[in-house]
Design a protein around this ligand. Structure first.
Ligand SMILES: [Zn+2]
Length: 105
């Protein structure tokens, strides 16, 4: 399944540098199975947040099995399964047009 989450690792890594752009959203493909037990993951729903002076939407989901997916673990999962290794400074974050697209229903 595809989910949009906040990449706090990237934000922490770039905070205080010119590369920092506030909230860093990332859309990733992950398994639809819970990594802890293999049961089905919950249905993602867009949830609105406000942070660093901007509104944004990210996906939240509740797994029927009760296991909680942390965003940091989801990022790691997507890295392992779907992304080639890249230099940390190669990622620039989504541009404003992508953010706008995320906000449109
Ligand atoms: Zn589970």
């Amino acid at each position: 399944m595809q989910v949009t989450i906040v990449d706090r690792k990237h934000m922490a890594a770039t905070y205080g540098t010119p590369a920092f752009r506030g909230v860093c959203l990332r859309t990733v493909d992950i398994s639809d199975k819970c990594p802890a037990c293999g049961g089905a993951r919950g249905e993602p729903r867009k949830t609105r947040y406000h942070e660093w002076g901007e509104f944004y939407y990210v996906d939240n989901w509740t797994n029927p099995c009760g296991h909680i997916d942390k965003y940091s673990a989801v990022l790691n999962e997507s890295n392992v399964q779907y992304r080639k290794p890249a230099k940390p400074d190669a990622f620039q974050g989504p541009d404003s047009s992508q953010r706008h697209a995320i906000e449109s229903p």
